[in-house]
Design a protein. Sequence first.
Length: 331
Amino acid sequence: MNVMLLAAGEGTRLRPYTLTLPKPAIPFLTIPLAAHSLGFLRGIEISKLVVNTFHLPQKIHELFHSLPVKCESLHFSDEVGEILGSGGGIGKAREHLLGGGDFVMMNADEVILPKDPSALKKALEQHRKSQALATLMVMDYPGVGTEFGGVWADSNQKVLGFGKTAFPGSQKGWHFIGVLILSERVYNYITPSGPSNILYDALTSGIQKGELVQAFPFECTWFETGNPKDFIAATKQCLTYLTAEADSFQKKVLLQTLNDFSSEPIKFQKAESSYLMISESAKIESSTTKEGIFVAGKGSSVGKDCRLKNVIVASGAAVPANTEASDCLFL
C-alpha cells in the first residue's frame, strides 16, 4: 500500500522553533514527531512512501533519509512557490500514487496512541469492503462543533459534511485525527493544479455527487502539539505514562515507537517535582536543577548551575552554564 505523509506545513504556531526545524523534525520524547506518525503506520506494509515538502524542504529530505523507514521506496513531492494544502499536495503527487490502489494519507507530525494496535488495519478492511471514496479515522473529543470543526456523520458513520455546524441528519460530530484512507477515485475531485483542501474541497465535492465517505471511530489518545504550551503539556502527559508502574496501552505504544526509532537507551525517572527522560549519551551537570518535565536527547549537554523548568533539549543541543529557562525547547 502507498502512503502520503503531509510534511509541507510551516508550523507557524510552533515558532520560533519551526524557523530552525520543520515541525516533523521537532523532537518529541527525544525522537522526531515524524517518527510517531511512522509508528502509527507500523501495522501495514508500505510500498511507496511519499512525503510532500514546502517549508525547509532539504531538512525534510534529510529527516526521512535518517529515519529507519520501512518501505519499498521513498519519494518526495517538493512544492515550490506556494503551499498546496492537503488536496493540492495529493494532486501534485499523483504520479507517485496513481496505479497503487487505495492509499493512506496522514500528517507527518501526529502523536496518536491507539488502544487497539490493529485499528488501522481494521479501518483498511472496512474501507475496502465498503468501496468508499474515503474513510476517515476519528475519535470522540470534546469541543467538536464549538471550539473547532468536526466530521459530521449519521448513525451508520456515513459522513455528511465537515465544519463547526452540525449537518442535517447527522448523529454526531467526530474529531478527525489526521489519518484517512483514499480511493484513487479521489483524483476525480481534485483540481489539476493549485491549492485545495482534501476535506472541504475534494471530499465535499464527492459527497455532493453521491460518493460514500465514511468515519471510522476508534479509541485512542491523541495529542495537540501545534503550539509550545500544548507541546509541553503533551510531553508531560506522555512522561506520566512512561514513568507509571502500570502498563497502560499508551505506555506500550510509546515504548514500541521509542524502541523502533531511538538509537540509544533512555532513562525515565519520576522525582518529587519532575519527570525526567534522559538519553544515555546526554551530559547533565549535577549542579543543574530540573523541575516539571526535563527531556534530554542523544548527545545533548547541560552546563553547571542551570535552573530549568519544563525544558526539552534536542539531540546534540547544548544549554550553557548558569542558564535559567522555563517552558521552552533548546534545538
